[in-house]
Design a protein. Structure first.
Length: 291
């Protein structure tokens, strides 16, 4: 079967030295410069104040991305008030602050219309936001976005700028944390739904990191891993690109150091292969059960 094929890396990636201009044979250069002074807009301050009140209402266990402390991520934060309390949905597209300057107002206006449709389905939302002091919500949802000022207001609004993430989940770099600014969302998103005892990110032989996923369901005894993300220009990144071109998976064997790292908390200490039944694990309530 095609999915059982695998490929291996063939070259060593170039290095990049930060702090100076870099050049290669094919002319290019990049300069590392300081950010211009950036102050928080009135829109952003008002949105953060409202969402912090919402988070207090939710309590630690009901918050969308853990208990905090938080940084507010411009990731498309559609907050609505349901019969069961506050909920946050992700917009089709989030607008990062720096990306507003290339944003087409007509395309951003479509995001506004989609947000308005969602909020309309939860009629408690606007009165609840008014009660929290965020009285600009109705105007934001009702006003067509036609220029850069409208894009800026939407970018820093409660409906875009207030995804509450920890610093690591927001801006982190592996090996400490995988932040949404640096790792692709289809992979990073698994950090929020994976089993606590599965390590999503593993260390590769060249010292870089890869996002991985099991090839079979929990309890199957299959300890192989599929590489789902690796840095471009690295041996693993080349393998993954080659596998995708061939429409096959890039799979690590169960006795590889990466597989043992990924399944470390599920297998017996000192095990030489990840192909075994997972150990019982501690649930949030404190009792142990089989995986």
């Amino acid at each position: 079967m095609a999915n059982d094929r695998s490929v291996t890396a063939t070259r060593t990636p170039p290095s990049l030295t930060f702090g100076k201009t870099e050049r290669e044979d094919h002319p290019w250069e990049i300069q590392l410069v300081k950010h211009p002074e950036r102050t928080e807009s009135a829109q952003f301050r008002a949105a953060k104040e409202a969402v912090n009140k919402i988070l207090q209402e939710l309590g630690r266990t009901d918050r969308p991305y853990g208990p905090g402390p938080y940084e507010m991520h411009h990731g498309g934060s559609l907050w609505v008030k349901t019969d069961g309390g506050w909920r946050m949905y992700r917009a089709r597209v989030g607008i990062e602050w720096s990306m507003q300057f290339c944003a087409d107002p007509a395309k951003v206006d479509r995001l506004r219309q989609e947000a308005a449709d969602l909020v309309a389905a939860f009629p408690e939302t606007l009165p609840a936001l008014d009660a929290l002091g965020y009285k600009r919500a109705r105007k934001l949802l009702d006003t067509p976005i036609t220029d850069a000022d409208g894009v800026a207001a939407w970018t820093d609004s409660l409906f875009n700028a207030c995804v509450p993430l920890t610093r690591g989940n927001h801006q982190g770099i592996l090996p400490k944390a995988a932040g949404e600014h640096h790792y692709p969302w289809p992979i990073k998103g698994a950090d929020y739904i994976r089993y606590d005892d599965f390590n999503l990110w593993v260390t590769l032989p060249d010292g870089t990191h890869a996002g991985v996923a099991p090839v079979a369901a929990r309890g199957s005894g299959d300890g192989r891993l599929r590489i789902v993300h690796a840095r471009h220009g690295t041996p693993a990144g080349d393998v993954l690109a080659k596998a995708q071109r061939r429409k096959v998976m890039a799979v690590l064997p169960p006795d590889s150091p990466m597989a043992l790292e990924a399944f470390q908390q599920q297998i017996a200490p000192g095990a030489r292969t990840a192909s075994s039944r997972p150990r019982s694990r501690v649930t949030r309530g404190g009792t142990r059960r089989a995986g």
